[in-house]
Design a protein around this ligand. Structure first.
Ligand code: MRU
Length: 336
């Protein structure tokens, strides 16, 4: 996927691939309207922790693009709107606060808009750099040519670079350290079978899509050497929120004595929260469970419970890889 850009700021507009249509349709959304970007985050047209942060940073900067009077009011309205889109990935709030600090530092200067866009560009470039560093630190999880299992989607689509967990897999594959990747389909929105499969295919990595419930069986058969996923929010003690189903993978790894790794940039670490119990877990609409691609699959009136994320406790995590290094338990991210 060399040169592939899922998100970029071009000609004063944000351009991002519509992830809700992949892999069957490759279509880009191009806009300078922060409300359209907020909607895209809510609808998972742009998704994944780092990409949500990048999109929100540009959206907040764009909110004052054509505003001459009352830009403080417009800016704070946009901040609130963007912060209300999705609650779990901390990258969103981190990126909004970076733009907000820049706004506060420069509020009385000319070219305020240019300064905010410059800051958003820095966030973008920095994310690219973090992916490269994670890919290098992550190589040490491969003791031999390995069969890897991953969940949800963590690659080029959700970062400015090659990705978090996916970036590590891709770099290791290039060095001959990956034999095969099992991609959990990731119910209900199929980030694995639609998006990770898209990235694996474009990167030439051999893979099979599996249903989420197949993982334990594969582990028992000795067909998985290691599991690696991304994260949406990691608390200071190393508890990690990620796509629903991640926790059960970690439990299954423990049972089968298989290492379980998390890869995420430090922008995913929330030092203000001590444990995973403090993480707000997003609940999604029942329509994402009782229909697939707009086709009803169960009765409309059946009750549904749909948490988008779960929390893997630190004691189930073998190591956490960030751009700063390879972190082993006991985790203490207050000092990273
Ligand atoms: O609901 P999503 O698709 O935004 O959830 C995304 C995930 O859980 C990813 O695994 C996580 O953001 C890591 S992204 C590098």
């Amino acid at each position: 996927m060399n040169g592939f850009k899922s998100i970029e700021f071009d000609e004063e507009k944000l351009k991002f691939i519509d992830q809700s249509k992949l892999p069957l349709v490759e279509e880009y959304i191009v806009t300078d309207d922060y409300e359209r970007i907020a909607e895209a985050i809510e609808k998972l047209e742009v998704r994944g922790a780092p990409a949500i942060g990048i999109a929100a940073a540009y959206a907040l900067a764009l909110s004052i693009k054509n505003v001459s009077d009352e830009y403080e009011i417009v800016f704070s309205k946009a901040y609130e709107r963007l912060a209300s889109t999705r609650p779990t990935a901390v990258n969103l709030f981190w990126a909004l606060n970076e733009i907000k600090s820049e706004f506060e530092k420069n509020r009385d200067t000319k070219k305020l808009y240019d300064k905010l866009i410059h800051k958003a560009n820095e966030i973008y470039l920095d994310d690219f750099d973090k992916c490269e560093k994670m890919a290098e630190f992550g190589l040490q999880i491969f003791q031999k040519k390995s069969k890897v299992l991953t969940h949800c989607n963590t690659g080029h689509l959700v970062t400015a670079g090659r990705g978090t967990a996916f970036g590590i897999i891709q770099r290791a594959f290039d060095l001959g350290l990956v034999e095969h990747v099992f991609a959990d389909e990731t119910r209900p929105l199929l980030q694995g079978s639609r998006l990770t499969a898209f990235e694996l295919d474009k990167s030439g990595i051999p893979f099979s899509i599996i249903t989420d419930s197949t993982a334990a069986f594969l582990m028992k058969e000795g067909k998985v050497d290691l599991v690696i996923t991304g994260a949406d929010r990691i608390t200071s003690n190393g508890d990690a929120a990620n796509k629903i189903g991640t926790y059960s993978l970690a439990v299954n790894c423990k049972h089968h004595n298989i290492p379980f790794y998390i890869a995420a940039p430090t922008t995913t670490i929330d030092v203000n929260l001590r444990t995973g119990e403090d993480i707000k877990i997003e609940e999604r609409d029942k329509s994402e469970i009782n229909s697939i691609g707009g086709v009803q699959i169960t009765k409309q009136n059946y009750a549904v419970f749909s948490p988008a994320f779960d929390v893997t406790p630190n004691f189930l995590i073998t190591a956490i890889i960030t751009e700063k290094g390879f972190h082993l338990p006991p985790f203490d991210f207050l000092n990273v």
